[in-house]
Design a protein around this ligand. Sequence first.
Ligand code: PLP
Length: 427
Amino acid sequence: MLSLEEMPKKWYNILPDLPEPLPPPLNPATKEPIAPSDLEVIFPKALIAQEMSSENYIDIPEEVLDAYQMITRPSPLQRAVRLEEKLKTPAKIYFKREDLSPAGSHKTNTAFAQTYYNLKEGVEKLTTETGAGQWGTALSMACNHFGLKCEVFMVRASYDQKPYRKVMMRLFGADVSPSPSNLTEFGKKLLAEDKNHPGSLGIAISEALQVCVKDEKAKYSLGSVLNHVMLHQTIIGQEAMLQFQKLGEQPDYLVGCVGGGSNFAGFTFPFIGQKLKGKLDTEFVAVEPTVVPTLTGGKYEYDFGDTAEMTPLLMMYTLGHAFVPSPIHAGGLRYHGAAPTVSALTNAGIVKAVAYQQKEVFDAAAMFARAEGIVPAPETAHAVKAVIDLALEAKEKNEEKIIAFNFSGHGLLDLAGYEHYLDGNLE
Ligand SMILES: *Cc1c(COP(=O)(O)O)cnc(C)c1O
């Protein structure tokens, strides 16, 4: 545990420490780097500045530090002693408790920051997309706290499968529509082609953007992928670094699941910064589903962030912006791309990526839940699976490795997925 006084007061920005400058976002029409002012229709100036900042550390505003107490920061770094015993491994396993946020995941770390900067610039409403609903819940909670309106486009497959996320967003005052919807031109077009369209994150992003650009008082908010989102999440890794210092230990492995890359980045970037300076030996493992193999099977190239081709082109690992992911329970990992920063570090060999099947991931999650009494989100369960494999490898080699992972969220609103698993209905 850290005391409140020990909570870091700055975010860590990895951009100036990267081995090579990050390839810039491009205007799709001209293929030239976009000007910061091009983004002002959808983002406040403060976040655009953070997106391109060359400062190593950025002060966390007082109001956001206050909100961080509300979302249970600083969060504990806990040891999974009972899981270690069950595995009979000499390895030590630690996990960082991002599931303790009342919204259920790490996503509140950036939701509160983004909402605050929008409020400061006079924005009255935020539009966004959500897949499984964790991001929509986090942003609804932050908008409610700072007094902004919130409109959420939720991927239809999840909207139907996960009714309780929707209720939570509405409780915090958000308007929630299934995507594709009849509220946008793009949504109408897709519904005309298929009235039962399951939707995707790429489509929901397009809809949220279309609503935002038509409303002068609204801006758009993204829950992952962009540099400023990774920045806000570094509160996780900086706390973890202090916690390891207090323990007098250094992790051999840091593990996290990757959808857009934000919880992985938040947990690892402060450590990766140290490794790039030659001060640390840690290895970094990014975990994804085999059916959405962005880092392990995608191409490293410029692509759109959304399906309707409205966003700038980003240099990233991508499966193509028309990719329609299969409806696995880890809705938060069903995205065609990955953050440009995480992609660049993977391409440079600093981050290693692995992929697992849904069934083995749920086996690992069930083992963790039975050992530690905590139910992982299906996304988090991917990291759990990789950690168990590393701990078993340490056992085989009889090595006392220190393995830590980011426990990105709890699965208490994903019990339908666990029910399928227990009934033997997972493919
Ligand atoms: C959204 C989410 C993810 C995936 O998103 P990243 O940006 O890759 O972190 C992972 N775990 C949980 C619990 C989530 O809510």
